[in-house]
Design a protein around this ligand. Structure first.
Ligand SMILES: *Cc1c(COP(=O)(O)O)cnc(C)c1O
Length: 299
């Protein structure tokens, strides 16, 4: 079983600006629960690895981009529980490998690079059949690791916390994390997801993963800053500022945009007089590659 190195804690953010708006902000430190299988990726992998063990599968095969937190986490988790892993990566092998892929390979993950066009087939049964021919009888995990067992694992991020806050916030990529949180809190408090992707399909994505009786949630689509992994100087400044006042490192793809969004909504009066729990979903492994690629410093 996947180990947990620290039970998550909630940490309050002392901030005059928030206090003036009547907002109490807590950060759920999921980023600290494991040194390499961080945050929501740990939650998403937990029951999948158990299922894999039950099915006696020796290899997990999954998909991701070249900087993927999910690829990094799956490689580390597979090594820890003693199974083989294959990562199907979008794009060409570029040497030297970036820090994410270098880590995955060191952890024993076999990397298969496919071009962007082929990658679009990643959910096509025929394409998956070909992959299984190549790599044997694998346990398949979709991109981002989102499936029903991942949603089940993500419920545990907030179990027992639903009555303590007016609002729970999380970042959204493939929607599995938010779906788990929404299912667990069952309308007892509002759940707000901050989309890291551009496009109005995200709400439908979350909707497809939850029971429709859960209605007290929404996805905010105003803080992706142009799209997945797009950023601006304001976000960089915010992440640096947040770290210097709170001591908490945010990532630029997910948690940075969520907290940037929360502060902006408070500034605009869209959030006031509320007690908020924002889930730090991890993702800090991506910072090294991000800094290298864009020549910026956020850590
Ligand atoms: C993958 C990831 C997300 C997105 O989770 P989904 O379940 O795909 O929506 C959010 N935050 C971090 C840090 C991630 O790595």
């Amino acid at each position: 079983m996947l180990s947990i190195s620290q039970q998550p804690v909630s940490q309050v953010i002392e901030d005059d600006f928030l206090a003036r708006a009547g907002v109490t902000l807590w950060i759920r430190r999921e980023d600290l629960i494991h040194p390499t299988v961080s945050g929501n990726k740990w939650r998403k992998l937990k029951y999948n690895l158990e299922e894999m063990n039950r099915l006696n599968k020796e290899t997990v095969l999954t998909f991701g981009g070249a900087f993927s937190n999910h690829i990094f986490a799956t490689a580390a988790a597979a090594r820890e529980v003693g199974v083989r892993s294959v990562g199907v990566i979008r794009g060409e092998r570029v040497l030297p490998l970036n820090p994410t892929l270098a880590f995955a390979e060191r952890a024993g993950m076999q990397l298969k690079f496919i071009d962007r066009e082929a990658y679009r087939q990643k959910d096509n049964p025929e394409f998956l059949k070909e992959l299984l021919k190549e790599f044997g009888d694998c346990y398949l995990l979709p991109e981002g690791g989102t499936n029903a067992l991942a949603v089940k694992g993500c419920r545990e991020i907030v179990s027992g916390l639903e009555n303590g806050y007016d609002m729970i916030c999380c970042p959204v990529g493939t929607g599995g994390t938010m779906a788990g949180i929404v299912e667990e809190v069952e309308n007892k408090c509002q759940v707000i997801g901050f989309s890291a992707l551009k496009g109005n399909f995200i709400t439908a994505l979350v909707q497809s993963l939850i029971d429709p009786k859960n209605e007290n949630w929404c996805v905010v689509e105003d803080y992706h800053l142009g799209g997945y992994a797009k950023f601006n100087q304001e976000l960089i400044d915010f992440i640096i500022q947040f770290k210097s006042t709170s001591g908490i490192q945010l990532d630029p793809i997910y948690t940075g945009k969520m907290l940037f969004g929360i502060f902006d909504m408070v500034r605009k009066g869209q959030i006031a007089d509320k007690s908020i729990l924002a889930v730090h979903t991890g993702g800090l492994q991506g910072i090294a590659g991000f800094e290298q690629r864009y020549r910026v410093k956020i850590s």
